[in-house]
Design a protein around this ligand. Structure first.
Ligand code: SF4
Length: 399
């Protein structure tokens, strides 16, 4: 059945926490203190399936459970197949480890010159600043270290990392990630951003965060002032399903945008969550309405215990094909596979190209019709009979 949503409505309000003063609800520290972290706490509000109970029993050896009250409200407690529920409540499938899965599926640890810093590509580094998140995604690529359930004992060394970046003038791009960088206090975040801004060769600073989605209350005016002061700071948020696009998230995105933070979105293609063209179309349309440009759609990394979320790559291609030409170009993310072991992101596209010869390109459009684009200019007679000289294609300037 195709996904149908009420486009005029944005989820809002305190849901199950109506009795809490609005000032507490809007306080991000209250949301963190009141996270649901055990099966017993979840069962105060819902009936867990046997699969989920077994998943919760195992979770603390893999990735902790934590769900903010704000995000818990988005779960359909009567539907075991709710796409929001699947993302944050563990299921027994996490205990199944397949041969091709790896703890460090992108080979980050072997490119880490300093604890917390990954330097794989010449001009950019990944700066992991914490192992904590507001809530934990059951398909997390960094579940080996995030929440420390696997005793990884992650201890980022900020000063060492900053000195490393200072000493490497080839690094022009720094991505703050984790864990979730926006869980740091304003003071720590400001310290990191100010130090990075002092490094002349660092041109581009970006943050990967799911905080706006799990904890939009964290996007405070004070935090936005920090982004303004040290901007431009780019941010990739992480929304997988249109139900996550609430009034509170939309307002948080507005605050970030008005502070000059360009926003992109990264989604992971997840079985039973967003492996459907109608769901993805609803999501990308909501993202644009929230001032967020859909950026990447990821084939899920080969993380341990992730096979129950795995989707056939052909489904991702089908989703992109269903979007391209059928909706706004800005709405279409790039579908990528992050090459296992650390080969980088590789774009995976529907095959529109049929043939390229010296004379022409033959391709299909979004409706499957075939078109030809000539690569050579054919001399043509003027009305008076004079021949127009042929212009080499490289010399044509398009204004
Ligand atoms: S927010 Fe990001 S780092 Fe944290 S659990 Fe989710 S995917 Fe992993």
């Amino acid at each position: 059945m195709s996904y149908i949503e009420d486009r005029a409505t944005w989820f809002e309000g305190q849901g199950l926490w109506q009795h809490i003063p609005a000032s507490d609800w809007r306080d991000w520290t209250w949301q963190l203190k009141n996270r649901l972290t055990t099966a017993a706490q979840l069962e105060q509000f819902m009936t867990l399936t046997a699969e989920e109970k077994a998943g919760c029993a195992f979770a603390n050896q893999k990735l902790a459970v934590a769900i903010t009250p704000y995000f818990f409200n988005l779960i359909d407690r009567n539907d075991p197949n709710c796409p929001i529920r699947k993302q944050v409540i563990p299921r027994v499938g996490e205990m199944v480890i397949s041969a091709e899965e790896q703890l460090d599926s992108l080979g980050e640890d072997e490119h880490s010159p300093v604890p917390g810093l990954v330097h794989r590509y010449p001009d950019r580094v990944l700066f992991l600043v914490t192992d904590r998140c507001a809530a934990y995604c059951r398909y997390c690529t960094r579940s080996r270290l995030v929440s420390n359930a696997q005793d990884y004992n992650f201890h980022p060394e900020y000063e060492q990392a900053l000195r490393y970046i200072e000493a490497h003038p080839e690094v022009r791009d720094v991505l703050l990630s984790g864990g979730d960088p926006l869980l740091l206090s304003d003071k720590k975040l400001e310290h990191l951003l100010s130090r990075l801004r002092e490094i002349k060769h660092v041109e581009f600073i970006r943050i990967g965060s799911r905080i706006p989605v799990f904890l939009p209350q964290r996007i405070t005016p004070a935090l936005c002032e920090i982004f303004k002061k040290y901007g431009p700071i780019w941010m990739s948020i992480h929304v997988n399903h249109p139900k996550e696009c609430t009034a509170e998230l939309r307002e948080a995105c507005e605050r970030l945008s008005f502070a000059g933070v360009p926003l992109g979105n990264q989604s992971v293609l997840l079985a039973g969550v967003n492996d459907d063209a109608d769901v993805m179309k609803a999501l990308v349309h909501r993202l644009l309405r929230m001032r967020v440009r859909p950026y990447y759609l990821y084939q899920m990394d080969l993380i341990t215990g992730g096979s129950h979320f795995k989707v056939d790559v052909r489904k991702g291609i089908e989703i992109i094909r269903a979007l391209r030409g059928h909706t706004t170009g800005y709405a279409i993310p790039q579908f990528v596979i992050d090459a296992p072991g650390g080969g980088g992101k590789v774009p995976i596209n529907p095959d529109y190209l049929e043939q390229v010869t010296d004379d022409e390109v033959i391709f299909r459009n979004y409706e499957g019709q075939t078109f030809r684009y000539p690569l050579k200019s054919t001399p043509k007679k003027t009305p008076e009979g004079a021949t127009i000289p042929q212009t080499p294609i490289e010399s044509v300037v398009i204004y």
